[in-house]
Design a protein. Structure first.
Length: 264
C-alpha cells in the first residue's frame, strides 16, 4: 500500500461526508445568488458596482468555505483513524508512516481541489454572465485561494498528530489569523526599534507563521483596474505558489517526523 492508494481511499471517504457536501451546496447557492444581491444596488451606480458586489460576495463565500473545509479535513484525518482503530490495519501492512501522512494529506488536498474547483466554476460563470466577458484572472484567484487553504490544511494535519480536535481547530484558526496579518508583524518589527523584545517576537512571528496574506488577491480581482498594482503578475503568482508548496512540504515533513515517534 503506497501513499496514492491511501490518498484515493481518503478522497472517497471525504466525498461521503454529508457535512462537506451540504457546505458545498450552500456555498454554490450563495455564489449563484450573488447575482441577485447585485440588484439591490441603485440604477445610478451602474453595472460596474453590480460586478463589484458579485465578485466580492463570490470570493468571500469561496474563502469562507475553503477555511472551514481545510480545517475540518486537516484536523479529522488521522485522529478519526485512531479513534476507529483502522490505523492499526493500515500500519500493519507494508506502508511507512510518512507514506500514511502524505497519503492522508493528499486525499484531503484532492477533496479540497474538487470542492473549491466546483465553487470556482460557478463563480467564474456568474461573473462572466454578468460582465459579458471571460476574465481568466479569476481562475488564478481561485487557484491562489486553493493553495492558501492547502497550506492551512497542512497546518491542521501537523497539529492533529499531537492535539485534540477542539484545540486543533482553535489553534489552526489562530495561525490563519496571525498569518493573514503577516505584514502587520513586519511593520511592528520595523517600528519597535527601542523595544528589542517586541521587535524580536514580531520578527519571529513574521518569519515562522505562514504568510497567508501573500495569497490574498481579492482587491485586484474585485477591482480589476487595480490589477496594475501587481507589476509582474505572472511572477508574483509563481513565487507565491512556490512559497505555498514549499511551506506545505515542510509541514508534512515535520508531521511525518512527529508521527514516526508517536505511539498509536
Amino acid at each position: 500500500m503506497n501513499a496514492w492508494v491511501i490518498a484515493t481511499n481518503t478522497f472517497g471517504e471525504a466525498l461521503r461526508k454529508r457535512v462537506l457536501n451540504v457546505f458545498l451546496l450552500v456555498a454554490i447557492i450563495l455564489i449563484i445568488l450573488s447575482n441577485a444581491f447585485a440588484f439591490f444596488t441603485t440604477p445610478q451606480q451602474g453595472n460596474r458596482v453590480e460586478l463589484t458586489v458579485v465578485r466580492s460576495m463570490g470570493l468571500g463565500v469561496i474563502v469562507l468555505a475553503g477555511l472551514v473545509m481545510s480545517i475540518f479535513l486537516g484536523m479529522d484525518l488521522i485522529p478519526t483513524d485512531i479513534e476507529h482503530r483502522t490505523i492499526y490495519t493500515i500500519l500493519s501492512k507494508p506502508v511507512r508512516r510518512y507514506h500514511y501522512v502524505a497519503g492522508k494529506f493528499l486525499g484531503a488536498a484532492l477533496t479540497l481541489a474538487l470542492n473549491l474547483g466546483l465553487m470556482g466554476i460557478f463563480f467564474v460563470g456568474v461573473v462572466t454572465y454578468k460582465a459579458k466577458t471571460f476574465q481568466p484572472e479569476l481562475l488564478v484567484g481561485v487557484l491562489m485561494i486553493y493553495l492558501q487553504f492547502v497550506l492551512l490544511g497542512a497546518v491542521a494535519v501537523f497539529f492533529s498528530i499531537f492535539l485534540t480536535k477542539n484545540i486543533n481547530v482553535a489553534l489552526t484558526f489562530f495561525v490563519f489569523v496571525v498569518g493573514t496579518l503577516s505584514e502587520y508583524w513586519k511593520s511592528v518589527a520595523n517600528l519597535a526599534k527601542e523595544q528589542p523584545v517586541i521587535q524580536f517576537l514580531a520578527r519571529m512571528v513574521h518569519l515562522i507563521v505562514p504568510n497567508f496574506n501573500n495569497f490574498n488577491m481579492a482587491n485586484p480581482l474585485i477591482h480589476p483596474e487595480r490589477m496594475q498594482e501587481i507589476p509582474n503578475f505572472a511572477g508574483y503568482v509563481a513565487k507565491t505558489a512556490a512559497y505555498g508548496i514549499l511551506y506545505t512540504a515542510l509541514l508534512l515533513i515535520l508531521a511525518s517526523i512527529v508521527f514516526e515517534r508517536k505511539e498509536v
